[in-house]
Write a protein of this length. Structure first.
Length: 239
């Protein structure tokens, strides 16, 4: 009997998905962007007609979760889902870039009563403990940005990792242990040779772009300050 597989894909809130593909046997299916109700209706129609269908949509209860529905998956068949997305990396203390891969979700209410609802009318219960494991492979360019800034160290504060240094232009990061479970987020820290400074640059005629990076001490002081901060910009156009 065919099944409907449902998976919740957590991403950081500022991320944007640009690709969604499904591969089963030798067929690869690329998703099309459609209005939500239209996509759900087409998904339901395909299941009712006995066809396979694939749906990726944002969770209405949480903006940083996406739900993947794989409908009418035949017995013993394997389906590979590929998701492409872009995200802004966190800059810590001006010289460390942190890449976060969320792997767990926090139910908004009682996880024993909640679940993931499908447009087809089925509901999948939350899994409290999962036997599934994850393989991780991360490619990091040895220089970053137009200024070819050097990377001094790559580490992880969440998992033991191994780093392949033999490639000419890329660090390849993998887990040093097998059978890594989806029990915590993956954190990859990339330390830069120079601290990022606040910058300002002209983007086009009549417009500029400014980046301000506070120090750790400034952030600590701001967290203790109950007053609202006021920023005053003085622009000298005399030149």
């Amino acid at each position: 009997t065919p099944i409907e597989a449902v998976y919740c894909f957590p991403i950081e809130e500022q991320s944007a998905i640009y690709a969604f593909k499904a591969q089963i046997d030798d067929r690869e299916i690329s998703a099309q962007l459609k209005e939500k109700k239209e996509a759900q209706q087409e998904y339901n129609n395909a299941l009712q007609d006995g066809h396979g269908a694939y749906l990726l949509e944002q969770d209405e209860k949480s903006q940083d979760n996406f739900i993947i529905n794989v409908g009418a998956l035949p017995p013993s068949k394997e389906c590979t889902i590929t998701i492409g997305y872009v995200t802004e990396l966190n800059l810590v203390q001006g010289s460390l870039i942190r890449f976060v891969v969320p792997t767990t979700i926090a139910p908004r209410y009682d996880p024993h009563k909640g679940g993931l609802a499908s447009p087809a009318g089925t509901t999948s219960k939350y899994v409290q403990s999962s036997p599934y494991t994850i393989d991780f492979r991360c490619h990091i360019g040895k220089t970053l940005g137009s200024g070819a800034e050097q990377i001094t160290q790559v580490s992880s504060s969440s998992h033991p990792i191994e780093i392949d240094l033999t490639q000419q232009d890329t660090y390849i990061v993998t887990f040093s242990q097998q059978n890594t479970h989806l029990d915590r987020d993956i954190l990859i820290n990339i330390e830069l040779s120079n601290q990022r400074n606040s910058t300002i640059m002209a983007v086009e005629t009549g417009a500029i772009m400014a980046t301000f990076i506070p120090t750790e001490e400034e952030c600590h002081q701001a967290s203790k300050n109950d007053l609202m901060n006021e920023f005053i910009f003085i622009v000298d156009c005399s030149g």
